[in-house]
Design a protein around this ligand. Structure first.
Ligand code: F6P
Length: 356
């Protein structure tokens, strides 16, 4: 798949770290090396482009990182890069270091950066790496599976002690504004209630159910809450449950522990396949794409399309966002968004029906 146009490409990880980012970096480096390309590891996300912080990586430099959490390239959310002056510095760094293309691993902020650089002449391919799974153009993001397994492991431990003491534990999980981690870990831990922003949460109904279950001698109760509700919500809910049910209720915010740890098989595999695909796309002369997985097939989507579709799925779309897309594309976005919504709704409803 080699193309003479590319001699040296860069790879960076940006935004919140996610387990599996290292596996993606490894795959990018090795695929590039296999194709006779030099590869520059850029440190600290886009900050490394602004500050010219990078080094050449060979295949052996990424040995043994496949099983490691975090990112060996470090990461940052770089405000300077969002300004034109910062972008120009980044462009200059790419030119000085003879970087012909970039693979950018991260969330939607990372994609916008990749889009900005592509528009200015550095072809970029983005890979979705975030525990939140809040990138609508892909079924799974790198790190999501590991984060969910971490939550399940921790909540299982909480359940043990809840059972011993006949308690409830309200557990707040990450996901930013998205309820994917909450809904799936709620199902997987048998939570009595799951609160996500996407669908109405019936706190009264849940409390009534808990009273009934207490009468039926149920001793442990887990309630999973998405962090999207804000800092006070979970703690207040715990107090309310305690007062209204008479079940002693504790609160736990799992926080950044969800971002660390060894990536699961699923994340390592996904990251490895996506890393390979990203380099393949660059070598085919493509750019401004995000690599994705849909219905178990690794593919790609135009970044503009992916960002627009994402806004649609999140109910944030404005008229100006859809300018430039054909009626057919918009109809497809609407239909796909509805499928995605229905899938989540179905999980939400089933979770409630079986938590009795
Ligand atoms: O996007 C990943 C994420 O962990 C979110 O789930 C969370 O809301 C946010 O990042 C936390 O950001 P920070 O690491 O800046 O505290």
């Amino acid at each position: 798949m080699a193309d003479k146009k590319f001699r040296r490409i860069g790879v960076l990880t940006s935004g919140g770290d996610a387990p599996g980012m290292n596996a993606a970096v490894r795959s990018v480096v090795r695929t590039a090396a296999q194709n006779g390309l030099e590869i520059m590891g850029v440190f600290g996300g886009y900050r490394g482009l602004v500050d010219n912080d990078m080094k050449l990586l060979g295949s052996r430099d990424v040995s043994n990182i496949i099983s490691m959490g975090g990112t060996m390239l470090f990461t940052d959310r770089c405000d300077e890069f969002k300004e034109e002056a910062g972008l120009q510095k980044a462009m200059k760094t790419c030119q000085e270091n003879k970087i012909d293309g970039l693979v950018c691993i991260g969330g939607d902020g990372t994609f916008r950066g990749a889009q900005d650089l592509t528009r200015r002449g550095i072809p970029c391919i983005a890979i979705p790496g975030t525990i939140d799974n809040d990138i609508s153009a892909t079924d799974y993001t790198i790190g999501y599976d590991t984060a969910m397994n971490t939550v399940v492991d921790l909540v299982d431990k909480l359940r043990d002690t809840c059972e011993s003491h006949a308690r409830c534990n309200v557990v707040e999980v990450m996901g930013r504004n998205a309820g994917y981690i909450a809904i799936n870990t709620g199902i997987a831990t048998g939570a009595v209630g799951i609160a996500i922003e996407e669908f109405p949460f019936d706190a009264d109904g849940m409390i009534e159910k808990m009273k009934e279950l207490k009468k039926a001698k149920k001793r442990n109760f887990i309630v999973i809450v998405s962090e999207a509700f804000g800092a006070e919500f979970s703690e207040n809910l715990a107090k309310r449950i305690d007062e209204e049910t008479g079940i002693e209720t504790k609160f736990a915010r799992l926080a950044h522990v969800q971002r660390g740890g060894r990536p699961t098989l699923r994340d390592r595999e996904l990251a490895s396949l996506m890393g390979y695909k990203a380099v393949e796309l660059l070598l085919e002369g493509k750019s401004n794409l995000i690599v994705n997985i849909r219905n178990e097939v690794i593919g790609c989507e135009d970044i503009e399309y992916a960002l627009c579709y994402d806004k649609l799925c999140k109910g944030k779309i404005k008229v100006e966002d859809i300018k430039g897309f054909t009626d057919e594309q918009i109809a497809k976005m609407v239909a796909d968004a509805e499928i995605r919504r229905q899938r989540m709704l179905s999980s939400y409803e089933i979770a409630s029906k079986i938590s009795i």
